[in-house]
Design a binder for this molecule. Structure first.
Ligand SMILES: NC(=O)c1ccc[n+]([C@@H]2O[C@H](COP(=O)([O-])OP(=O)(O)OC[C@H]3O[C@@H](n4cnc5c(N)ncnc54)[C@H](OP(=O)(O)O)[C@@H]3O)[C@@H](O)[C@H]2O)c1
Length: 242
């Protein structure tokens, strides 16, 4: 399978390029706006053989990316984060013509966690739910997009949920609260724990990322999946199967 990697010089792009060979896949073209030796500056500069595009570049490239995939009838794995609503709509529109796989967290483990969280939220309808996430001390945004994704998974089963970010002062906990707490420390790659507590038991579901390579692994798994699909908009839950 011939893979075009867009954003190939970035941290994630480099990981993907490194892992392709180990996974028996071929790097068709490395693309990054900086260009350089063996790196195409623009997607349109590459017209050779290709089966799929993996994108870890920047949300602003959405239109160019979708135009390229549509013009060449190529499936796309859109792993970049931070799409504006307009850019996201471009992906959704593109998915009417070519298969597009999109996830803000390419970890198969987190996808499984979200599924388990939905199950627990449905079974323990009235319990208290708290989410704790931890990341390295360089991360600027809080809470993480993944913590919100997990809160949304609970809310899907408990639509009256209200998110409470951190807690201090004199406020009694409301039954429909989902407490979301962010720790920033050291070099932690990413940890997410969802706790379900009733009066007499606690269930804790936790995912720990040890290496950013897991996102590259997930993107490669998504690429293998998407090349066999019809046009449409796909997500990690589709990859997990029924
Ligand atoms: N879905 C997931 O699981 C997941 C996991 C990790 C990261 N991400 C996301 O993936 C993206 C990349 O992350 P990263 O840590 O690898 O960032 P990074 O190190 O900044 O790499 C991005 C690369 O893409 C290049 N680039 C920017 N705009 C481009 C364009 N229009 N066309 C081609 N290349 C372009 C950048 O060039 P310059 O250096 O010149 O800007 C840079 O070389 C981010 O949005 C990040 O949040 C997603």
């Amino acid at each position: 399978m011939n893979v075009i990697v867009n954003g190939a010089l970035g941290r994630m792009g480099q990981q993907v390029c490194k892992l392709l060979d180990e996974n028996g896949l071929t790097l068709a073209a490395a693309v990054d706006r900086a260009g350089g030796e063996g790196v195409y500056q623009n997607l349109t500069d590459y017209t050779g053989p290709a089966d799929v595009v993996i994108d870890f570049s920047n949300h602003a490239s959405a239109a160019e990316l979708v135009d390229y995939c549509k013009a060449r009838n190529l499936p796309l794995v859109a792993a970049t984060t931070g799409y504006t609503p307009e850019e996201f709509a471009i992906l959704e529109e593109g998915a009417k013509t070519v298969p597009i796989f999109q996830s803000y967290n390419m970890s198969v483990g987190v996808a499984l966690l979200a599924r388990l969280v939905k199950q627990a939220a449905a079974i323990f309808g009235g319990c208290d739910v708290e989410i704790i996430e931890a990341h390295h001390n360089r991360k600027a945004d809080a809470p993480s997009g993944t913590a919100l994704l997990l809160a949304d998974a609970v809310k899907e089963k408990r639509p009256d949920s209200e998110y409470v970010f951190g807690r201090s002062g004199q406020h009694k906990r409301q039954p429909n609260e989902i407490g979301i707490h962010a720790l920033r420390m050291g070099n932690v790659v990413g940890e997410h724990e969802v706790i379900f507590a009733t009066d007499n038991q606690t269930i804790s579901l936790k995912h720990q990322a040890h290496d950013r390579a897991l996102f590259a692994d997930g993107a490669i798994a998504a690429a293998r999946f998407i090349v066999t699909q019809a046009p449409g908009f796909y997500h990690m839950d589709d990859l997990l199967g029924p």
